[in-house]
Design a protein around this ligand. Sequence first.
Ligand SMILES: Nc1ncnc2c1ncn2[C@@H]1O[C@H](COP(=O)(O)O)[C@@H](OP(=O)(O)O)[C@H]1O
Ligand SMILES: [Mg+2]
Ligand SMILES: [Mg+2]
Ligand SMILES: [Mg+2]
Length: 306
Amino acid sequence: MAATSPVIMRVMASSISTAKRAGGIIRDVLKKGDLGIVDKGKNDPQTEADRSAQRCIIASLANKFPTVKIIGEEGGSDLNVCDDWLVNELDEGFLQQSCPTEWKDVKPEDFVIWVDPLDGTAEYTQGHVEHVTVLIGIAVKDAAVGGIIHQPFYKQPDGEMGRTIWGLKGLGTGGFTAVPAPAGQFIITTTRSHSNALHQQALNAFASTEVLKVGGAGFKVLQLLEGKAHAYVFATPGCKKWDTCAPEAVLEAQGGCLTNINGEHYAYNADVEHVNRQGVLASLGQNHAALVEKIPAEVRAAVGAK
Ligand SMILES: Nc1ncnc2c1ncn2[C@@H]1O[C@H](COP(=O)(O)O)[C@@H](OP(=O)(O)O)[C@H]1O
Ligand SMILES: [Mg+2]
Ligand SMILES: [Mg+2]
Ligand SMILES: [Mg+2]
């Protein structure tokens, strides 16, 4: 089965297994207690968990798919990893499903895999571990098509740690139960560590009943998927293609929408600028275009400026 499955199905199945292994590494680093924090910039920490999880993910995927372009948040990594970090398994449950016709013949050179080995690093260092996710996004040419969002610190009912959510456009989603957000309210989920005056002005333009401030693009999109919030608003540059590729694919495979604050999709080919200059607006079960209209033109002009 595995050897004959289309490349996209094998990339997804391998990414599911690899994200779980990376989640284990992230838990282990925290357990050992020495986070090895390095500041990459203002409010932009990197830890030993980010570095090690990225090495595990990129080494494993590059070993299995040597001709696929892989871009990771933490830059060029040493891919000479121990066998324990080299994941060979493909998630069998995922491979049982049939590949959507539109992706059957995609060639390895048409893919870009965007890796955020640890999304929500600031929150990880501050003990808000439930906000942490591992993100592996699969783009075909410009479009975010497939995604894995793994939560290393999610406690399953049987006590097992971690859960893995996936989405593939044309196939659907798995690993969670979709819940509609409550009617009669408008709950926004947004950053807790990268706000500024312009972003606040955009938030104020929505008649929200509640604003949830949480870490990570992955966790905020999970809040949309599980009905905890109606919209994810981030009206400032700062997050990058590896933050949004997987969340966009999963959200849109569920019928939602993730765009910049002008309502346009980002492109995810290998040559794009990494920063999402025009912010992020994501929603599920809403009139997305109407949400775009709510953001003041002044904010849109400022955020759109190069
Ligand atoms: N001003 C900024 N500078 C650096 N990174 C930023 C940023 N704004 C957002 N990000 C990145 O976007 C992701 C989501 O941010 P937030 O939690 O604030 O919504 C985080 O990813 P990482 O934790 O993977 O670095 C965060 O670092
Ligand atoms: Mg980071
Ligand atoms: Mg991130
Ligand atoms: Mg990260």
